[in-house]
Design a binder for this molecule. Structure first.
Ligand code: NAP
Ligand code: G4F
Length: 325
């Protein structure tokens, strides 16, 4: 029997990589997308899988649409990746963020419970939930201290996922993933903002790059490695929560140094700090301890920090040279 998976957020970075991974495993993949005035499948096109997934319309704000999509697709596995996922925007749109990222996950859990509680459910939890945690590195037992409306919304969704497992015996898992990036990362996130600027500057199409808090430290991995862990969590005998991370942390400044350095430039000649890009509250350091995922799932990342930067800069250089971005 061909396994069926439903992915919310399939038009996003992780949705596209996960869809490609599941197609490679022989799954029939359904993707839920919200209605927009222009088609938004560029990431699926970039990975060459646009015609291999079946798209259905639904919105995390609309319980009835979620219920209908679950009923119509009858999936074995659901991956809830949809979210308002940009932390900075979550201060500008806190209520929308809570409704999509927090309450949306609960609505989907309810849809699963009502339609077929045997469906396995993956929730895209985030290392942002640790925020200002005093524990470092952070593992599944570390204390949470969310520092943004986004992080607080993710924490609500995380606890709801745990509660549906404990209350109803459903197979619900939460992957607490640390930052993961790729050539199809949104341009608003700092890594892609930097690699895109490096390519533009190298090609003489941009003069400088404005950044905010360059001292912030993140544990950055490659999205292609991380979606594999999502799938592995749903193949276990028992549902559980897992931290997924590289275990290395680097500053935004180091990311700049390496990305500019890769094309023979000195970041100090181009980067300026803009106070406007600082957040009302930032997460100063994240570093994950993924020993549990490594031991129980057999997961490990293949791409390291330098490899990730090279991959992203190369992809942006190619696009800028082709004029496709
Ligand atoms: P992303 O690129 O921002 O993708 C988010 C997806 O959610 C997009 O497909 C978006 O659709 C969809 N979406 C937003 N609002 C929706 C709504 N109301 N109804 C239906 N779909 C909606 O995010 P990502 O980086 O792939 O991350 C995937 C998930 O993992 C997110 O939940 C994120 O919060 C979480 N996460 C990410 C990271 C990371 O480092 N990437 C780390 C930990 C957790 P549109 O294309 O229409 O906007
Ligand atoms: O790239 P960022 O916007 O990612 P952030 O806030 O860590 O969130 C990402 O990772 C989370 C997992 O930990 C996900 F849950 C979330 O959905 C998202 O994918 O910012 C990283 C750091 C921050 O400290 C920010 O203040 O970079 C700092 N930064 C400095 N200058 C900047 C900039 N961030 C952005 N986006 N743009 C800047 O100009």
């Amino acid at each position: 029997m061909v396994k069926k998976a439903l992915i919310t957020g399939i038009t996003g970075q992780d949705g596209a990589y996960l869809a490609r991974f599941l197609i490679g495993k022989g799954y029939k993949v359904y993707g839920m997308v919200r209605r927009t005035s222009m088609v938004n499948t560029s990431r699926l096109e970039y990975l060459g899988i646009k015609d291999k997934v079946e798209i259905l319309y639904g919105d995390m704000l609309d319980l009835s649409s979620l219920q209908r999509v679950v009923e119509n697709t009858e999936p074995d596995e659901i991956y809830n990746l949809a979210a308002q996922s940009f932390v900075a925007t979550s201060w500008e749109q806190p209520i929308l963020t809570a409704e999509v990222t927090g309450l949306g996950a609960l609505k989907l859990l309810e849809a699963v419970r009502l339609v077929n509680p045997k469906i396995k459910f993956y929730q895209a939890s985030s290392s942002e939930m640790f925020g200002a945690s005093p524990d470092l590195p952070q593992n599944e037992s570390s204390r949470f201290h969310p520092r943004s409306p986004y992080a607080a919304s993710k924490l609500f969704a995380h606890w709801m996922t745990v509660n549906y497992r404990e209350s109803y015996g459903m197979f619900t898992v939460s992957g607490i993933l640390f930052n993961h990036e790729s050539p199809i990362r949104g341009l608003e996130f700092v890594t892609r903002k930097i690699t895109h600027a490096v390519a533009m500057i190298k090609e003489g199409k941009q003069d400088k790059l404005l950044l905010g808090n360059m001292a912030a430290k993140r544990d950055w991995g490659f999205a292609g490695d991380y979606v594999k862990a999502m799938w592995m969590m749903l193949q276990q005998d028992e549902p559980d929560d897992y931290v997924v991370a590289t275990g290395e942390t680097h500053t935004v400044r180091e990311f700049c140094e390496k990305a500019f350095g890769y094309v023979g430039l000195d970041y100090q000649d181009y980067v300026e700090v803009s106070p406007e890009l600082f957040r009302p509250a930032d997460v100063e350091v994240l570093c994950g301890d993924s020993s549990k995922a490594r031991m129980k799932l057999g997961w490990k990342p293949d791409v390291d920090f330098d490899g990730l930067i090279r991959m992203m800069v190369d992809a942006d250089l190619k696009r800028v040279r082709e004029g496709s971005y």
